[in-house]
Design a protein around this ligand. Sequence first.
Ligand SMILES: Nc1nc2c(c(=O)[nH]1)N[C@@H](CN(C=O)c1ccc(C(=O)N[C@@H](CCC(=O)O)C(=O)O)cc1)CN2
Length: 297
Amino acid sequence: MTAVQIDGKAFAAKLREKIGEKAAAFTDKTGRKAGLAVVLVGEDPASQVYVRSKGKATVAAGMESFEYRLPADTPQDELVALVRKLNADDAVDGILVQLPLPKNLDEKAVIAEIDPDKDVDGITPTNAGRLVLGMDALVSCTPLGCTMILKDMLGDLSGMDAVVVGRSILFGKPMAQLLLAENCTVTMAHSRTRNLPEVLRRADIVVAAVGVPFLIKGDWLKSGAIVLDGGINRLDPEPGEEKGRIVGDVAFDEAVGHVRAITPVPGGVGATTIAVLLRNTIVAAYRNAGLGDPEGL
Ligand SMILES: Nc1nc2c(c(=O)[nH]1)N[C@@H](CN(C=O)c1ccc(C(=O)N[C@@H](CCC(=O)O)C(=O)O)cc1)CN2
């Protein structure tokens, strides 16, 4: 069997089209564009690329982009003051603090300052709690993208065995909650899990986000499994390469001949992250303007 390769870029393109329509309707209804503020602290090269891409995508969708770049040695109270200013700014519907933050900053304390109604990353204690409680919440972008892909492909996920590998606040934890809400039987695996191959072999759905290149081998997966690889790992450059290749957490070449469907890296679930961020921003903008939820997103 050769797996279907799930095309995250095509999925994201369709979503962006719908978001563009909703953004235009928002501007017609309110007389202003929906706004997304992105805060980058420090000079991490990957984060700089992501923040630039977010700004471009926001403008391309017909929304306003506000970008704040602060030096790596920014004190905690200055960053908190910026977040509070954005919370109070009516032109800002969504706030995202790019992660990871430099080590001198208390990441959880900064996140907790974001107004939950503008928390387009879905990582404030309020949104994380609302997700666990099964209430309406803004939800972290990549796991929400994974869930959208799975539902688009399979429809009903009820009763399926799902294993999430990784337990980060941005990916593993919300991913497990989303699958639970879809009535999957969910196992969370992580660096201390004993006998990961055995845990994975019973999974109908595998979602990986641990940041270890090729950790998951093809023969650890059930034939017929659906595999979403959220790992984004840059390898050391090969001779003649300027930059190393980006690869996932799953040994793709082994898995592809074995499973039912798999996302490539790049071009898989990572490619949906920014489109889902735009989706969350427009949802926050509609809700905060008292317009209810935009339909069809
Ligand atoms: N506050 C946040 N910080 C971070 C998040 C996040 O969701 N919120 N996620 C990641 C980085 N990220 C967005 O910030 C992100 C990751 C990957 C991609 C993407 O487009 N991936 C592509 C291409 C990868 C490449 O070539 O570099 C793919 O996988 O196909 C966009 C955004 C950590 N921080």
